[in-house]
Design a protein around this ligand. Sequence first.
Ligand code: 5AD
Ligand code: SF4
Length: 428
Amino acid sequence: MKKFYIKTFGCQMNVYDSMRIASMFRAMGFAETDDAKAADAIVLNTCAVREKATNKVFSELGRLRSNKKPDAIFGIVGCVAREAGTDAFRRIPELNFVLGPQTYHKLPEIIANPGVKLLDIELPGLEKFNALDNSAFKIHHSAFAYVPIQEGCNHCCTYCIVPFTRGRELSRPFDDVMRDVHAAADAGAIEICFLGQNVNGYKFSLANLIRETANIESVKRIRFTSSYPTEMSDDLIALFGTEPKLLPFLNMPIQSGSQNVLTRMNRPYSLELYLGIVDKLKNIRQDIQISSDFIVGFPGETDEEFEQSCDVAQKVGYINSFSFKYSPRPHTAAALMPGQIPENIKKQRLKILDGILNENNRAFNESCVGKIFECLVEGPDKTGKHLIARTPYMQQIIIPKTDSALVPVRVTSANKCSLRGEVVKNQS
Ligand code: 5AD
Ligand code: SF4
């Protein structure tokens, strides 16, 4: 049997896309391998959001080109494919295909015609969702499924390459999304995570999607990512108080705690508005927690502006959050802005903010000890003796073996990265 190898870089959208690509290969009679050297087809699904991520792809391609089987079909899909285009063929002449985030459904064409080279980095919108075989819908792991509801992004943040790589924002029709939700539930998904670059800007009401999904008996948990602050409608906020299946954890990146930097980032919301949404959510659901992304060293960022990011990280008490050094990207306005910050300052700032975010995690994890959470089992840990599960807040928790996919767990210990717990037998 022929084998395929796929490696995924970047975001959860890419994780979903890779799952669909894997389904396409299985439908063509391939089996998956984690050994690229043994593969008959090699795909890297790539991320271009930071320069480092792009460089990683090309160094991996450089390694693979000399280690792969000589006749293996070899290519890249995703955002680096769209960013690099024909240049990818120039840099790595062995490549057979370069397909963008909206054209990877054309992979079977190249498998059928291995002698040709295929470049397609167009943005035909939602075409890929219709081209993919829905009966092959696979869930991400035992009981968790991503369901994309949108492609692209209309918020032109001045640092972000995504509107170029994934195109303008398009919402999938409501009925198509619900068809995927039902397919996921039928395949055993207990938890559904709606995906979109700007997920709460979904044109046909994310709140209604959540309500309709919550009506499915076998679906027990619902989450969504990633949210844009000004698209948090009152209807959606209220749902955190009324819909028990909607988990009390929201990813709503602020990016910076400085009003001036937000303006330069073209993120036109006031800090008051952002913090007002956080307050509303916390009043509606006391146990809600928020996660964020931060960029440090954005062009022109002063020490004071950076400190405002540190202040907001502490004030909101974000958990499970990420901070990134600003990386100038092609096709973005910020790359041309004056006041680019030297690497050593970015590094120092990253260390300080990471320290705050880690301390938030440690404090929150410790506050969980003794509490009971429903946890979704992901699979065995490295030793095979325990299971890894996820709390409603996406914390990793190590638990003893159990047959159930969703179990009540009492947290017994915590550190800054993960928790340990025991399964609660008779919950009163
Ligand atoms: N430099 C650094 N970080 C970036 N992000 C997006 N573009 C850049 C960039 N040019 C970060 C943002 C976003 C996350 C996915 O990546 O914080 O939320
Ligand atoms: Fe990039 Fe902004 Fe869109 Fe997020 S919302 S993907 S940061 S442009």
